[in-house]
Design a binder for this molecule. Sequence first.
Ligand code: GCU
Length: 327
Amino acid sequence: MRRSVVIYLIAIFLFASSCGGENSVTVLKLGHGLDSSHSVHKAMVFMAERVEEESNGKMRIDIYPSQQLGSERELLELLQIGSLDITKVSSSVLEGFEPLYKIFSVPFLFQNEEHRFSVYDGQIGRELLDAGQSIRLVGLTYYDAGTRSFYTKDRPILHPDDLQGMKIRVQESPASLQMVNMLGGSATPISFGELYTALQQRIVDGAENNPPSLYLTRHYEVVDYYSLDEHTAVPDMLFASQFTWERLTDGEKEILRNAAQESAIYQRKLWEESTNEAMEAVQEAGIEVVRPDKEPFREKLQPMYDEYAQNEELNSYIQRIEELANE
Ligand code: GCU
């Protein structure tokens, strides 16, 4: 079935299912692509509970995980036409909608977790959530997604040269595509939900992601090596549709914003546990973990840094983010 037809059918389903007799309850539908055992899903369940409590049952969030309602790009499109209320996507996928979001895909931009959090929680984080307005999205919060590294079949990636001749799945993200190609691989955009089969059938030789995604999507069953070069730290971001937002009362907006914020803090606690659990489990299952020297990766990406330095807006964000690391 054509993608546009699928989106249309989902839009009709969502509209029909929001026309129930629950007049006194504001029901918000949230779709996302992660598994229900993922820390980000659990955090959103926590947010739904907080919203229900704080509104005395007058607001409810129904969550549809695992790409039930579409890929991250399709979910964003549903938000833009007002057929879905909330979604959580990787910031990488937003680049196709608003190029400023490339900022989070700049390789080796963040020094560590503390540095990332200072960006999400501060003025820069607020500005980048608000940048969603230009594409009819209301930014609510960030969920941490750790760092992304290569996982591959046949051989580990100890040096960028090892990527030569390898097809590597990337998200639908121009910056990730450019990064993998520049490192020497052959970048292939595939949606998250189709990746297991793509790895299994050798449509690609590898992918790149954080430990919980490698583990919870069972990609570890169809790859052999996990090479921790930690090239990017791309957050997950939570957005509401501008159409939905305009329908909410000021009180409802506040309840939703606060609950989203609380859920982000809650998710950070779960993230560490879930990363440790994932690293243990994949190694137990036979994945070989290697830790390459990051310098050759950085060096190979110099033309990408040079290109970004020419872009005034991106360059100013890069400078401000780097300055935060020194504070
Ligand atoms: C991460 C992220 C997801 C995204 C996935 C991907 O796991 O949390 O939102 O879909 O990466 O690589 O597609």
